[in-house]
Write a protein that binds this ligand. Structure first.
Ligand SMILES: [Zn+2]
Length: 138
């Protein structure tokens, strides 16, 4: 395969990804730490390398059930407060609405290697994922 067709192939592959929406991106260089939430790096494959991208994904608003444990209140009654009455509210679940919000998620993104040549001394390949973008320049 000659270089022109190879680049065209990459461009076609990139065009097949349709950005789902205008999501915010973090193009910063990844500094690996214990707080990372991404999985292990995918198996290496030729023609590029993997980089971690932080992507923001929209989480729809939803109802959640909170567990409320049993609660007992003891009151003193009677003329001298000697009699006690205990009333308990049994354990139950309470519905709570959580608004839709953005959550950060870390993803491994395949970044194609630069493809330098005499015919194409400079150029770039951009791959658009659903929530991310990877660009290789040479
Ligand atoms: Zn990391």
């Amino acid at each position: 395969m000659d270089l022109k067709r190879k680049i065209l192939g990459v461009a076609m592959a990139a065009a097949m990804f349709v950005p789902a929406a205008a999501f915010a991106h973090d193009w910063g260089v990844h500094h690996h730490s214990a707080s990372c939430t991404h999985g292990p790096m995918p198996a290496a494959r030729p023609g590029g390398h993997y980089e971690v991208r932080t992507v923001q994904t929209w989480v729809d608003g939803r109802w959640v059930q909170d567990y409320v444990p049993e609660r007992c209140v003891t009151r003193h009654k009677g003329r001298h407060g000697r009699r006690t009455v205990t009333s308990c509210t049994p354990a139950h679940y309470m519905k709570r609405w959580v608004d839709g919000h953005y959550e950060n998620r870390e993803e491994w993104v395949f970044v194609p290697d630069p493809v330098p040549s005499r015919a194409y001394p400079t150029g770039q390949v951009t791959v658009n994922g659903p929530y991310w973008q990877a660009t290789a320049r040479w």
